[in-house]
Design a protein around this ligand. Structure first.
Ligand SMILES: [Zn+2]
Length: 171
């Protein structure tokens, strides 16, 4: 279990009343004394795509914080209502230009270093085969490129470093 703190709400998001705290199931919960809303913090979900061909891995270079100008697997947050597999196909298309044909689930990792979504669950998938040629998503990234597994660029996210280690061990 990660020791992380959820976002701090001070006011009820529905009726704007100042929240109070009470103990519920051994955890301190914030609640609204006016409308009865109870704050149960949840973690976000995200996905990342492992795309390897001929011993080369496809990575994207981040264009913004956190970890600006480090490299990562293409991926992103699950949108409301999306299945992670749908998110994966959408993100692969947006960030690499490729169409993911077949995907297979690899691992779930808890993010330990994303201040935007503490503890978010990252669903890693392997993508193969795919169609198309690579193209950068200029809104989010500054580059997309293939790298030999033994000559990788600087990786930012700890979860992505962990997956690379796991992949190398599998070989
Ligand atoms: Zn309220």
């Amino acid at each position: 279990m990660l020791k992380i703190q959820p976002p701090k709400y001070e006011y009820c998001p529905f009726c704007k009343t100042k929240l109070l705290a009470k103990v519920d199931d051994d955890r301190s919960r914030k609640y609204c004394p006016s409308c009865g809303w109870i704050y149960y913090p949840q973690v976000f979900d995200s996905v990342a795509a492992i795309i390897i061909k001929n011993n080369k891995m496809l990575l994207v270079e981040r264009g913004r914080e956190p970890y600006k100008n480090t490299w990562m697997f293409p991926g992103g947050f699950v949108e409301y209502g999306e299945h992670p597999e749908e998110t994966l196909r959408r993100e692969v298309k947006e960030e690499t230009g490729l169409k993911a044909e077949k995907i297979s689930f690899f691992k779930i990792v808890q993010s330990v270093d994303d201040p935007r979504a503490p503890g978010n669950l990252i669903f890693f998938y392997q993508v193969k085969p795919y169609e198309g040629s690579i193209k950068t998503d200029e809104k989010e990234n500054v580059a997309v490129n293939w790298f030999s597994l033994d000559r990788l660029p600087k990786i930012g996210w700890k979860s992505h470093k962990y997956i690379i280690k796991a992949l190398k061990k599998d070989k």
